[in-house]
Each structure stands twice: as structure tokens, then as C-alpha cells.
Design a protein around this ligand. Structure first.
Ligand SMILES: Cc1cc2nc3c(=O)[nH]c(=O)nc-3n(C[C@H](O)[C@H](O)[C@H](O)COP(=O)(O)OP(=O)(O)OC[C@H]3O[C@@H](n4cnc5c(N)ncnc54)[C@H](O)[C@@H]3O)c2cc1C
Length: 445
């Protein structure tokens, strides 16, 4: 539910790579068109769009302490990471409406699903795009064990995300010809960049225990408060259960020479590791500060593991293979510890649980990062937009070497943006809707 857009620098970079129409000034209207910002419209925000963006309703006292602590170590306060300046610490804006998540499913499909020109098939898996020569003419999909075909009157649009859009392209014969032929897939277009250029946000968490019963961890005291919190939630959509768990954050430069923030913090008023999958960590009062390297230089790829559409592709993430990423994370962990050591946390601070006091030397912190870092689920770039030999789509998101086929999702980002990736993906879709409409208009006239 964190609503962040990345930095203007990112989109200007896309334009500099030769993608006309994707500079920050070009894409800002689509960010604005997508949102209904409860703070109202201004130069950076829109109202009336399907995606409801709101302030957090009931931020935890620990999150407020985090914001103060950030300012105490010299980071400016920022009340709008999506406004004139991204740098600073503050509370995240959230994609929520009335205290509940406003996803693209509820924001967009909710209002469109009754239209006569839209059919939604759930539980259906696309197996491959069908071609007549190099023109996409339909999609083969599987539902309940039966294979079906749907024909496209105008064009086919893949939006299966950064892991599966490249898989679908490869299953359909679009990709590097050598592995395609090795899997026995007839080649429609030799496009070696399909699946390459995988970029993702790696994240490591500094965790402290808390001496006061104020976090949202599972403790006897907190559990006793839950009936009251549930009543607040159901009666007024307020309180603990409106939390998005990562309530506060920050965008900072890990060293003064960085042109724009290269680190993002996510603060959570609970103990977290492995995104809550280590259930034991959820017990007890604590708080966590995530450190994320915003523009990793390590690049991975998606490979076809099998020609069978129901089998998962291989994800080769290659995290931390570029040494600069480790050094950025190292500076980030040091800064995170400084923030958590600031006076604002004095009344809450227990002991450091991760990485622990034993981890002071740089080599030890590097080891901690290697052992504990994890994805924050922002894979992008595997069908990148561009004009070079490794580009997969052009600046109108049309697949190179094929006709009547587009990709519209996070996979088209040429570079990973400096922020969470949901709002940028929605922006891409908003822009694509214009591109499709204009193409249809041209065809008619
Ligand atoms: C746990 C988690 C938390 C996140 N939190 C945030 C956050 O707070 N803020 C933020 O900005 N971003 C967040 N993100 C990232 C954000 O969700 C993604 O960047 C965004 O959803 C990417 O959109 P997409 O359309 O590219 O891919 P997806 O949202 O993954 O959509 C792809 C869709 O295609 C479907 N699909 C795939 N293959 C096939 C097939 N063969 N046939 C049929 N359907 C198929 C999938 O089921 C999926 O529904 C989070 C991600 C995760 C996983």
C-alpha cells in the first residue's frame, strides 16, 4: 500500500535512453490521472482517478518517533515523497480508501467489470500468444484442464508481470533463438533481450526490541487491545487495523556525491524478518527499519526452465553481484543504526536484535547483509523499452519484430525506479491506454 513514484531523475533517464514520451514531465499527467489524492489536487497530484491515495489514518507512535529520529540525524522532514522533492523522512502515503487497501483490482476493475466490452476469466493461465506470421492474432489459455483459444481483433497485450511476461514471450517464440531452439520452440522473432535486464530492490532489516508496549507485535497486552482495535476498525475505519505495516520511510543519499537519493528506508512498528514468514519474530514488542538500495547495478535474468507453460521459469536474480550494491547497502545499514540510536527512540529502545552489537566491523555487516537481505518484490526490466539490440518493446510498448503485440507492466521499465513500483506500473498502464486508443483511432481513419 506504499504509494511512491520514484524520482523525476528515473523517468528523465528513460527519455535519455531514447524513449520519447517517457520523461518526468511526460509521465506526470498519467500519475495524476490515475490517482484520487485525498489531500486534493496540486501541481503533483490529481483527483478523480481510480486509485485512491490517502494519508495513513492512525500511524503508530513508533513511526512518529522514527520520523523525528530521522530529522535528529540531519535528514529533512518530507510530507510528500511524490511532490517537488523526494529526499527526506516522513510517513508514506498509502493506496487506501476508507482505511482499506485500494488495489488496482478494486480501483480499476471494480468500476469496469460490468461493462459489456470486458470479459474477465479467473483461474485461466495464458500458455502462449498465437501468430499469423509475425502478427499476434490471439492467445491460447488453459482453464480447468481445458485449453481454449481467444482471438484478437486488434492486438494482444501481455501484462503478466516482470517474471511471466518474458516467460510468455519465450513460450510464444519470441526471445533469444538459441535457448528457444534448445527447448524445441519455433522462433517467431529473435529478440535476445527477452528476460534479460532483471532488476530488483534488495532489502535488509535492522531490528530492535522495544521496551514499551506500543508496537504492533504479538504480545499478551496487544492481543488484549485487539477487540477494541477491531471495534475502532469496523465502526470508524481507524486504529491499528488500518496500518499498512510499513508506515514510515525515507529517501536519502548514502553519500553526498550521489545525485539523488540512492537508499530507501521503510519503517515498521513491529519486529520483522523475512517479511513475516519467520513467525517467531512477530511475537514481542519491537520495531524494524528496512534498508533498500534503490538503483542496483546487479542485473539478473528470467530463463525458460521448460517449454511447458504451466512450469515456472527460472529466476536468476544475481543480487549483490556488483560490488557497488553491497557498499551502498553497507552505508545504508550504518545510517539506519544512527537513526535508531537517535534521542527520539530513547524511551523505546531495547536491544538490537539484528544485526546485533557483535556486528560492528564492515566485514561483519557485509556478512549480515549477505545472509539476511531479501527482495522487496520490485522485479522490473525483463522486457525493457528501448531501441538498442537488447530492447524488447519500443516507446509505444510494441514488441520489436512482431506486430499487434504489446507488453504493459513493470517488465518494460528500462531501469528500476527509485521507489516502490506499483504506482509507476499503474502510470505505465494509464499511458498505454492512450497509446492503444490512438492506434485504434489511426487504424479507423
Ligand atoms: C508482497 C508484495 C508487496 C508489495 N508492496 C508494494 C507497495 O507497498 N507499494 C508498491 O508500490 N509496490 C508494492 N509491491 C510491488 C507491486 O505489487 C508490483 O510492482 C506491481 O504489482 C507490478 O505490477 P505488474 O502488473 O507488472 O505485475 P503483477 O501485479 O504481478 O501482475 C501480473 C499478473 O499476471 C498474472 N499472470 C502471470 N502469468 C500469467 C499467465 N501465464 N496467465 C494468466 N495470468 C498470468 C499474475 O497472476 C498477476 O495477476 C509489492 C509486491 C509484493 C509481491
Amino acid at each position: 500500500m506504499c504509494y511512491t513514484r520514484g524520482h523525476a531523475f528515473d523517468y528523465d533517464g528513460w527519455a535519455r535512453l531514447g524513449n520519447a514520451g517517457w520523461s518526468y514531465q511526460d509521465v506526470l499527467p498519467y500519475f495524476k490521472r490515475a490517482e484520487h489524492h485525498e489531500r486534493g489536487a496540486d501541481a503533483f497530484h490529481g483527483t478523480g482517478g481510480p486509485l485512491n491515495v490517502a494519508n495513513l489514518r492512525s500511524p503508530n507512535v513508533l513511526t512518529k518517533a522514527f520520523v523525528t529520529a530521522g530529522t535528529q540525524v540531519g535528514i529533512p522532514r518530507n510530507d510528500d515523497f511524490n511532490g517537488a522533492e523526494q529526499e527526506g523522512v516522513g510517513l508514506f502515503q498509502v493506496t487506501q480508501k476508507n482505511g482499506r487497501r485500494c488495489s488496482t483490482a478494486s480501483g480499476y476493475l471494480g468500476m469496469a467489470k460490468h461493462r459489456g466490452n470486458l470479459t474477465i476469466l479467473t483461474g485461466a493461465q495464458a500458455r502462449r500468444v498465437l501468430f499469423d506470421g509475425d502478427a499476434a492474432v490471439g492467445v491460447e489459455y488453459q482453464r480447468g484442464g481445458t485449453v481454449h483459444v481467444v482471438h484478437a481483433a486488434m492486438e494482444v497485450i501481455l501484462s503478466a508481470g516482470a517474471i511471466q511476461s518474458p516467460q510468455l514471450l519465450m513460450l510464444s517464440g519470441i526471445g533469444d533463438r538459441v535457448p528457444l531452439q534448445a527447448h524445441g520452440i519455433p522462433v517467431v522473432a529473435h529478440l535476445p533481450g527477452v528476460g534479460k535486464n532483471l532488476q530488483d530492490h534488495l532489502d535488509v532489516i535492522v531490528v530492535n526490541s522495544c521496551t514499551q508496549p506500543v508496537s504492533i507485535g504479538i504480545t499478551p497486552g496487544n492481543v488484549l487491545r485487539w477487540p477494541w482495535e477491531l471495534m475502532k476498525y469496523f465502526c470508524g475505519r481507524r486504529g491499528l487495523f488500518t496500518s499498512n505495516a510499513v508506515e514510515g520511510g525515507g529517501f536519502v543519499k548514502s553519500r553526498p556525491s550521489e545525485p539523488v537519493p540512492d537508499l530507501q528506508f521503510h519503517f515498521s512498528p513491529m519486529k520483522l524478518s523475512r517479511h513475516g514468514m519467520d513467525m517467531g519474530d512477530l511475537f514481542g514488542d519491537g520495531y524494524s527499519l528496512h534498508v533498500c538500495c534503490l538503483r542496483p547495478k546487479s542485473v539478473g535474468e528470467i530463463r525458460l526452465a521448460s517449454p511447458h507453460p504451466m512450469e515456472a521459469p527460472q529466476i536468476v536474480a544475481n543480487y549483490l553481484t556488483h560490488p557497488d550494491d553491497m557498499e551502498t547497502m553497507l552505508r545504508g545499514v550504518r545510517l539506519a543504526r544512527d537513526i535508531l540510536a537517535a534521542p527520539a527512540f530513547d524511551r523505546y529502545r531495547g536491544r538490537e536484535l539484528m544485526p546485533t552489537v557483535l556486528c560492528e566491523r564492515d566485514d561483519k555487516i557485509r556478512q549480515f547483509i549477505r545472509e539476511r537481505a531479501e527482495t522487496i518484490y520490485h522485479p522490473v526490466g525483463t522486457c525493457k523499452m528501448g531501441q538498442d539490440a537488447m530492447a524488447v518493446v519500443d516507446s509505444e510498448l510494441r514488441v520489436h519484430g512482431a506486430r499487434r503485440l504489446r507488453v504493459v507492466d513493470a517488465s518494460i521499465m528500462p531501469t528500476l525506479v527509485g521507489g516502490n513500483t506499483n504506482a509507476p506500473t499503474v502510470m505505465i498502464a494509464e499511458k498505454a491506454s492512450d497509446l492503444v486508443r490512438w492506434a485504434a483511432h489511426e487504424r479507423r481513419h
